[in-house]
Design a protein around this ligand. Structure first.
Ligand code: SF4
Length: 255
């Protein structure tokens, strides 16, 4: 029996409750929650009117949205809709609007740029080379992200240090390399913390997390992972580990 099959038996049909699997109250949890609120408060005060939560709609970002709303921090929420997301991910945007009574600003790629890219390289271009995969991310993610961040001096992300080696040095507030502050309030949270918070506060989340997808991106570029695989192993799984960022969290400047 494979490791994935071993875990699948927990849910009986290839799925299991992410809360049952991951949520744990561990030492220092309350302090980490307090520190996350303090980080968000600091960002809201220092970047009044020019800070935004750029949510990926992943579990960490759902926790952050809940913290923002629960503590009335006044940080607006925006997301990227790449045109290649799972239906469950897109549906989560409306679930957030209903659950929190909040506006979620949605940024989409320029339709003509997507058409031209697909016409030139096909629907499966991301599997052909890292260069083409990054080109797809540039059209569907980076260009709309630049509009999402236009006029902003800070943005809030769900980065955690344990997500990958590449994120092991992330600080709670640091320059993003493009003249803005990047705010990562869950930087020292564990995966168990994230799910304990979600369970405790009944935070809405993507049901794909119950299908062994801890890190969810576009549908063609996300797969379930097996027990023991790294957190982001299901993202761009055909590429080397070192290439596995889409450019959203890669510093381009010298700050
Ligand atoms: S994650 Fe995949 S589908 Fe989404 S923008 Fe990047 S290459 Fe394209």
């Amino acid at each position: 029996m494979s490791t994935l099959e071993t875990v699948s038996t927990l849910g009986g049909s290839g799925s299991a409750s992410a809360i049952a699997l991951y949520a744990r109250h561990t030492q220092g949890y309350d302090q980490r929650v307090a520190a996350a609120v303090a980080t968000l408060r600091q960002a809201a005060a220092e970047h009044r009117g020019t800070v935004v939560q750029a949510t990926s709609l992943g579990a960490e970002d759902m926790v952050i949205t809940d913290l923002i709303r629960r503590h009335d921090l006044g940080i607006p929420i925006a997301t990227l809709e790449t045109g290649a997301l799972h239906a469950q991910t897109v549906a989560l945007i409306d679930r957030m609007r209903v659950h929190y009574g909040v506006e979620v600003e949605v940024f989409k790629p320029q339709a003509e740029a997507v058409v031209q890219f697909v016409r030139a390289h096909g629907e499966q271009a991301m599997y052909e080379s890292t260069a083409l995969r990054k080109a797809c991310c540039a059209v569907r993610k980076l260009e709309p992200l630049s509009r999402l961040l236009d006029g902003r001096t800070a943005w809030v992300t769900g980065l955690r240090r344990e997500q990958s080696d590449a994120r092991g040095e992330v600080r709670a507030i640091e320059p993003d390399g493009n003249g803005r502050a990047k705010v990562s309030p869950l930087v020292d949270w564990s995966w168990a913390d994230v799910w304990h918070y979600i369970a405790t506060h009944r935070v809405p989340f993507n049901p794909l997390h119950d299908a062994f997808m801890p890190s969810i991106g576009c549908a063609p570029c996300t797969r379930a992972i097996a027990v023991g695989e790294p957190f982001r192993a299901g993202r761009w799984w055909w590429e080397d580990e070192a290439a596995k960022e889409c450019g959203l969290h890669v510093k381009t400047g010298s700050e």
